[in-house]
Write a protein that binds this ligand. Structure first.
Ligand code: PMP
Length: 348
């Protein structure tokens, strides 16, 4: 049985979080002398002399409306990397607890676990880049606190089979984090609608991919109110700045534009797949539910260097276990994809 109170680290459970000036007062006032800000203004816009809303309620309201998840079930961070770190700090006792990561996958689960002194138990995906349920079951220890699932997965690009994820959610008593950074490019349904069903589910999403806001650094975690309130206790008080919150609120008005971009990127991706498959140098183009492709080449290392010489940067994944011979290529705009394809075709 999942029991949040026994899963959370006792120091976090008992933590009295820092109470900021903006936490303690939230009514109407005209004279703010509570936060040691500069009362005269700033070299930039006037209101940048003020601290931001620590709980980002207006921005969360916009996200709540778009995602159809209550505000209280949302945590916002500096990219989705922040909630990855935050979850480890909330739930994993350094030197004692462990997490399960299924490579090849996004590297930061492991990096932040190492930063936090949390053991990482690696359970590789199958050769079809799906969860190896039997190996996973055998790998779970009493000290396993979090299982990380990235779907669609980076760097392989495929979605993880929904039934496998449900199996993990139903049978594991720790947290199951489903990282949906690329969900907008996928045909798979998000797990956001399943939050009420699974108290152990945390869904991560980001504004860095489909929303085109990687430079703003806004990541989202969706989970039960109790998980979110522990995460909020642990975060830095003012983790999203005033301009970031303002810009994101504005950007979130543009759902239509973002949906158009998603459709266009998917069309560009499919066109790129088709062209790549016809090139002799290409061994395999992995199916993708994302805005990138994992492509196996006959001579990936040399091709990578060759592309660099031509000013084209892709991601060399050929040294990553289970991605041998592969480059990860972000879907560019039509011109960029043409330049890339011509360069690959000219490679001898
Ligand atoms: N999760 C996955 C699967 C990613 O690929 C990335 C970025 N490449 C992130 C999370 C982090 O994204 P961000 O911090 O920009 O939200």
């Amino acid at each position: 049985m999942f029991n949040l109170e026994s899963l959370i680290r006792s120091n976090i459970k008992n933590l009295s979080p820092y109470s900021s000036a903006r936490d303690e007062f939230s009514g109407e006032a005209s004279v703010f002398l509570d936060a040691n800000e500069n009362a005269l203004g700033s070299p930039l816009l006037k209101w940048y002399n003020r601290y931001p809303d620590p709980m980002q309620w207006e921005l969360k309201g916009k996200i709540a409306f778009i995602k159809q998840v209550p505000k209280e079930n949302i945590f916002l961070g500096n990219g989705s990397d922040e909630p990855i770190d935050n979850l480890l700090r909330c739930f994993c006792e350094p030197g004692i607890d462990e997490i399960i990561v299924m490579p090849p996958t996004y590297g930061m689960y492991e990096v932040y676990a190492n930063v936090n002194g949390v053991k990482v138990n690696l359970v590789p995906l199958t050769d079809q880049y799906q969860i190896d349920l039997e190996r996973l079951e055998n790998a779970i220890q009493p000290t396993t606190k979090i299982i990380w699932i990235c779907s669609p997965n980076n760097p392989t690009g495929n979605s993880i089979d929904r039934q496998s994820i449900e199996m993990v959610l139903n049978n594991f008593d720790g947290l199951v984090v489903v990282d949906e950074a690329y969900i907008n490019f996928s045909r798979q349904k998000s797990f956001l609608t399943d939050l009420n069903e699974y108290p152990n589910l945390v869904v991560l999403q980001t504004l860095s991919k489909a929303w085109g806001l990687a430079g703003l650094r806004i990541g989202m975690a969706f989970a039960s109110k109790d998980i979110i309130s522990y995460m909020s206790k642990v975060k830095s008080p003012y983790n999203l700045s005033v301009p970031v919150q303002e810009l994101a609120i504005k950007a979130l008005e543009e759902v239509g534009q973002v949906n158009d971009m998603i459709k266009e990127i998917i069309l560009l991706r499919e066109a790129l797949v088709k062209e790549l498959k016809e090139i002799e140098q290409v061994i395999k183009v992995n199916p993708s539910d994302t805005n990138f492709l994992l492509v196996e080449f006959i001579d990936s290392k040399k091709l990578y260097e060759y592309l660099l010489e031509k000013g084209i940067v892709v991601r060399d994944r050929s040294n990553v276990k289970y991605c041998e011979g592969c480059l990860r290529i972000t879907v560019g705009n039509a011109k960029e994809n043409e330049v890339l394809l011509n360069a690959i075709k000219s490679f001898q």
